[in-house]
Design a binder for this molecule. Sequence first.
Ligand code: ADP
Ligand code: ZN
Ligand code: ZN
Length: 732
Amino acid sequence: MTILELALPTPLRRLFDYLPPDGLTPEHLAALKPGQRIRVPFGKREALGILVKVKTESDVPTGQLKAALAVLDGETAAVSPEIHALCRWAADYYHHPLGEVFTASLPRHLRLGKPRQPGAIKAWRLTPRGLGLPPGALPRSPRQAQALAALQKEDAVSTDHLQAAGISAAVLRSLADKGLAERCQLAPARYTPVCHPGLELNPDQAAAMKGILSPGGGFACHLLEGVTGSGKTEVYLQLIADCLALGQQALVLVPEIGLGPQTLARFRARFDAEIVVLHSALAEGQRYRDWEAAAAGRAHIVIGTRSAVFTPLARPGLIVVDEEHDGSYKQQDGFRYSARDVAVKRAQLAACPVVLGSATPSLESLHNAIEGRYHHHRLPRRAGSAELPRINALDVRHQPLQASLSEALATRVEQTLDQGQQVLLFLNRRGFAPSLQCHDCGWLAECAACDARLTVHLRQRRLRCHHCEASRPLPSTCPECHGRQLLTSGVGTEQAETHLRQRFSGWPVYRVDSDSMRGRDAMETLAEEINRGEPCILLGTQMLTKGHHFPAVTLVAVLDADALLFSADFRGEERMAQLLTQVAGRAGRADLPGEVILQTHHPDHPALQAMLHQNYAEQARQLLAQRRQLGLPPCGQMVMLRTDAADGEAGEAFLQTLRRDFEAAPVPQCTLVGPLPSPLPRRQGRYRSQLLLLAQGRPAARAAAARLVALAEALPRKGGLNWSIDIDPTEG
Ligand code: ADP
Ligand code: ZN
Ligand code: ZN
């Protein structure tokens, strides 16, 4: 009796048994492989499942089992063995339904059940053992000797070619039985990559390189902590060169909007190789072809954002996670995973090294390095001779501010421009102003669906909610009292831009935020313009802190450092230190040292003082000590259960019951906090609550999360309630 155990894309955390499709021959049955896509009847519809395993018994009586409809994949399953193992681990670790994890790992083309188009040719190649044989080996079997000789001439030879040369499949199989040859796939355009020579490494870089390429190879996780401009990318490039030289593939993860064209250009200049870049703006067909190229081993280097961590590789040799601290590696809805953490697991499964690089490593990675789980390499100096910029606070109390700019700062901006240099102004708030109020009656412009104020976008003449899609025309009078005095408060980039253009009319002002930088090439074009080096003002949100270097910028100012100082999230200080260090790192080069000015009303705030007097590495270690004392991540583990419901009470009631059930048999080393309203208690018309679990130690967190999930699944859900679990959450 053959039974197929399948994972289906449903929210149910279980697998489903089916009988094989009718009419499958014994050979077909023998060829079934985990990872194949199988179409099945599911309720009144059809679904596409992934084969988890073939077994002989089911808990369901055979008579009740339905037959699958079709097996969609041939010899190469859509989910490769490596990705299969990775998805199973992820489903287990994140307590997410396996079917949805598989689905998330596949390109849309395959998710929709379309046939594989691998564009590959079946071929044979020698195994390492076969490669060790001298020419003229196997003299007692002339046919095998002939096959061996043919395979010795090339890396791999297509089966067609071999057959044309009179070498039969049976002969090749006997070589395979001896462990001398193996099947492989040959891509039409497969070629050997060429690496152009890199820079001569400085001693820090050389030491990091040597540490990462430790003899014996295999899995190891390396944290590469190097200040901005210290030459991390150069180290990645040289590691990749070594990886390609061994005939292996490299996977490079980058943050969203993090892959600057300058970086990509460096990759292309260094390697004469097939480089595929997987990002969300890619057309579906292209994305699928690139995925196949990676799976077949044609693509030598795969660069991509978060979900690229699930790209199958025929010969994985190295994984790099650049800017590993970046928030975009965490998926915040649906299948909530951290691509950085999945990357580490993946490297372990593939037995290859993984390098986590950052100027501002996450406390998680630092913790792992300090505890000895990760190797730690430091690049404390900028490559070449550029100095890191100085950081100063500018006390703006009692100072008149115009569009958030104090007179003292405006003067420094002017001097810098006069000297022919560039200025970068950081303001992490887009739009004209974050709120609008009636001066007569006090009416506030608020989103009808969220507990949030609407942002004024003056140029579009609209009010927009930054938490949902809601937007409406900017009123000219108060909708409550028809008063005409509508006042904005606070300053966004749009307002600052207008002011800067008036005040510094002789110089170009470039605004960089998600409103002004639409389209993939906008940022690229702008970066090129700016790096011509003419004096100008760059004004923008955190979009400015990613991916691009602006060597001609010598003055960086944070217009509202206070906005970063006060955060309800326990990660607030870590994020501030990362953000400011990253902004500061954009500036200055060898002959033009930079300066960073933080405008603040709280010059004595300890977090601000820390920014002035300590570098990131020192701050991070201090923050880590605090976390240890409080038992907070990464020194303790966190799990978050969230609900959202149309009804205001349903979520809290659900979580309250969950808490009571959990505490009926508590898991040791675990504390529950809540239920509490979420930081944004209502969003898109849905009320949100959360229950937080703090655990001391991974095993406790795992056990508690498993119990929470089991209990939550058993609870009735009222009022259209949804719940989700988030392991290692990064948002409150
Ligand atoms: P990071 O990735 O740490 O920001 P990069 O690798 O981009 O640093 O290096 C910063 C700058 O220093 C680049 O212009 C790079 O070409 C240069 N650079 C890096 N390594 C060296 C080296 N060993 N010798 C000379 N210049 C280097
Ligand atoms: Zn009014
Ligand atoms: Zn809204």
